[in-house]
Design a protein around this ligand. Structure first.
Ligand SMILES: NC(=O)c1ccc[n+]([C@@H]2O[C@H](COP(=O)([O-])OP(=O)(O)OC[C@H]3O[C@@H](n4cnc5c(N)ncnc54)[C@H](OP(=O)(O)O)[C@@H]3O)[C@@H](O)[C@H]2O)c1
Length: 304
């Protein structure tokens, strides 16, 4: 079995590549840096250097591949959203997606499927509304970006290649962005919750993220869009309380929304202050059993 992964050096890609390599899959990683990718992924992975935007130099690898998994893109939550970074986040995702579609178009023997990364940012901020895969797009820059990102690989469907879109909640696990960001203030007794704390926080553990990608690759009944989030979202205040509990540290500061908006601009409004109560309807319908349905054990594992 042969898989092409873009963004294989990232938080999800690295775990996924190692999981597939351990199962004897051939992993072809497309990275903007051969040297970095080889050091992150080791010798068992085949690395092809690409420009992140076209199919030149790697399109032949797509011939008859068992899957293409497109994870690449400039990180959505690790930097301030200046207008130039917004453009980088947008372009890096849309151009990478179009490159996947270009390679599929050129392949004589088409890849068997394409898995397109996506994010629950698609739904915007929706208070207490329950959001399943049939819910419509929300408002804001992130929702617009996610829509353009998802659309970037749509053309593969006309080539007869099934496409799964994995709309993930915030992914928890050792080394995830949110765990790294919150750990220090909590450890220094400055742990708190953002805004009113009443906004819904939808999350998934990295292990479930990887297990679900494999489940989809290995022939589940699911088609199209799939929400990757635990069936137990929590309100943000509860998330931060449990974060403190697992670290044996108190949560006592409330970080007002106005302060976050001043510090983080649009990113605050569309990420930490946004309310998204995600329901993984399709996964539950096919009987997928989450390893981490509840938050406390997921945090305990992530913070251990
Ligand atoms: N982590 C989460 O909580 C979360 C939640 C929802 C959705 N997602 C999405 O799932 C995917 C994987 O997430 P992740 O956390 O593993 O992401 P990540 O750690 O930020 O890794 C993304 C990878 O994309 C490549 N990349 C970075 N900047 C790029 C650019 N300007 N142009 C082209 N490629 C670029 C990099 O690979 P190279 O340097 O090797 O090229 C990088 O390793 C991402 O698309 C992410 O948005 C993540």
């Amino acid at each position: 079995m042969r898989v092409i992964i873009t963004g294989a050096t990232g938080f999800v890609g690295k775990a996924l590549s190692s999981n597939l390599l351990d199962s004897g899959w051939e992993v072809i990683a497309l990275s903007r840096s051969q040297k970095k990718a080889q050091s992150v992924l080791g010798d068992k992975a085949t690395v092809i250097e690409w420009d992140g935007t076209t199919s030149s130099g790697w399109a032949r690898a797509a011939e008859n591949a068992d899957a293409i998994i497109n994870l690449a893109g400039a990180n959505l939550s690790s930097r301030y959203w200046t207008s130039s970074y917004k453009k980088e986040m947008w372009d890096s995702r849309v151009y990478a997606g179009r490159a996947m579609a270009q390679a599929v178009m050129r392949a004589k023997r088409k890849p068997k499927m394409l898995i397109q990364a996506s994010a629950i940012g698609y739904y915007g901020s929706r208070k207490d509304e329950i959001l399943d895969e049939h819910s419509g797009k929300g408002e804001g820059f992130l929702a617009d970006l996610v829509q353009a990102w998802e659309t970037s690989t749509e053309a593969v469907e006309a080539q007869g290649v099934p496409r799964l879109i994995i709309r993930s909640g915030v992914i928890l696990g050792k080394g995830s962005v949110i765990i790294s960001l919150l750990q220090l203030p909590f450890k220094l007794y400055g742990g708190g919750y953002p805004g009113s704390g009443k906004q819904w926080f939808s999350w998934i553990h990295l292990e479930d993220q990887i297990r679900i990608i494999r489940f989809l690759m290995e022939g589940s009944q699911i088609k199209g869009i799939v929400n990757l989030a635990s069936p137990e979202p929590v309100k943000m205040k509860e998330f931060c309380r449990l974060f403190g509990k697992v670290l044996h540290k108190p949560m006592w500061v409330r970080v007002p929304a106005v302060v976050l908006k001043l510090a983080l601009g649009d990113m605050a409004k569309e990420t930490v202050l946004a309310s998204q109560k995600i329901f993984p309807k399709k996964l539950l319908e096919v009987g997928y059993q989450f390893k981490y349905p509840n938050l406390e054990p997921a945090l305990a594992d992530s913070l251990n």
